[in-house]
Write a protein that binds this ligand. Structure first.
Ligand code: NAP
Length: 290
């Protein structure tokens, strides 16, 4: 059996077109143009690429995209002051501070300064707490993208055993909570580097989500025939090409459905950031969520 390929790029194109339509309707009906501000400190090449991608996608969706590029020696006070200004700026609905920050800066202090109703990257502990108590505001973009891929593929999470490998605050941990919210109703195992016998745990999964950052971590013998495998990993091979955490060539022969990497979760991450910005723009003006 060869798995169904869950094409995140195609889904992202579809969802971004719908977001652009919603943005156009918001502008026509209410005169509102959602705005996203990205803050980048220093010249880290990967961060520059990510911020550039988000900027182009935001503009393509018809939203305002503002980029604030600060020098590498920016102080904590100056960075937090900028976040404070963006908090007060009515044209801005979403604020994202591109991480990682240079080592002398405290990322937690910065994300805690973002007002919750503009926390579209969902890294503020308030946002994480609202999710943990079952009353979420924003879903962080990568796990949100994973949920959208599963929903679009018709993969039922209710009652399913989902193994999430990786427990970061960015991906694995929030995803594990999202999957257990009422309405999604998965039974979740959150695995990490201290997990014993990852293979056995994965073999009992209906859905495996790999979010670790290790090439070839998930192999065919760890996958139950017919299971769904979502690869969040983004790793650079020796030849410079990108690849995920899943041994795609082997697993595609066993799984029922699988995301490629690249071309799976990545395009959906940027898409769900746009979705969050749109939702923030509506919510800040008292308009219902769509
Ligand atoms: P991270 O903060 O480094 O977390 C990695 C997690 O993997 C940790 O919880 C770690 O466990 C766990 N881990 C490490 N080795 C393991 C092993 N052998 N078995 C099981 N678990 C293991 O990484 P992250 O930020 O979550 O990112 C994970 C991957 O996703 C990276 O490749 C990243 O580039 C990618 N990513 C992709 C997107 C996208 O849009 N496609 C977005 C974000 C991240 P401990 O907690 O015990 O250390």
């Amino acid at each position: 059996m060869t798995a169904r390929i869950l094409d995140g790029k195609a889904l992202a194109t579809e969802v971004r077109a719908r977001i652009a339509d919603d943005v156009a309707a918001l502008r026509a009906e209410h005169g509102i143009v959602p705005g996203l501000a990205a803050v980048l400190v220093g010249e880290d090449p990967a961060s520059q690429v990510y911020v550039g991608m988000k900027h182009r996608a935001t503009e393509a969706a018809g939203m305002v995209s503002r980029q604030h590029v600060l020098p590498i020696d920016t102080t904590q006070e100056a960075l937090e002051a900028l976040v404070g200004e963006l908090n007060d700026d009515d044209a801005i609905d979403g604020i994202l501070v591109q991480l990682p920050l240079p080592a002398h800066l405290d990322p937690r202090g910065v994300v805690e300064r973002i007002v919750p109703d503009k926390d579209v990257d969902a890294l503020n502990p308030y946002t994480a707490g609202r999710l943990a108590t079952g009353d979420p505001t924003f879903f962080s973009a990568t796990p949100y993208g994973v949920l959208e891929i599963l929903a679009h593929a018709g993969v039922e999470t209710a009652g399913a055993h989902v193994v999430v490998v990786g427990r970061s605050n960015l991906v694995g941990r929030p995803l594990s909570v999202m999957l257990t919210l009422k309405g999604r109703d998965a039974t979740v195992t959150l695995a990490h580097s201290r997990t014993r016998d990852l293979g056995a745990i994965c073999r009992s999964a209906d859905v495996i989500v790999a979010a670790v950052g290790r090439i070839g971590l998930i192999t065919a013998d760890m996958v139950r025939p017919g299971a769904t495998v979502i690869d969040v990993g983004t790793n650079r091979k020796d030849d410079g090409k990108l690849t995920g955490d899943v041994d795609f060539e082997g697993v595609v022969e066993v799984a029922g459905a699988i995301t490629p990497a690249p071309g799976g979760v990545g395009p959906m991450t940027v898409t769900m950031l746009l979705q969050n910005t749109l939702e923030a723009a509506r919510a800040r003006r008292g308009l219902p969520r769509r």
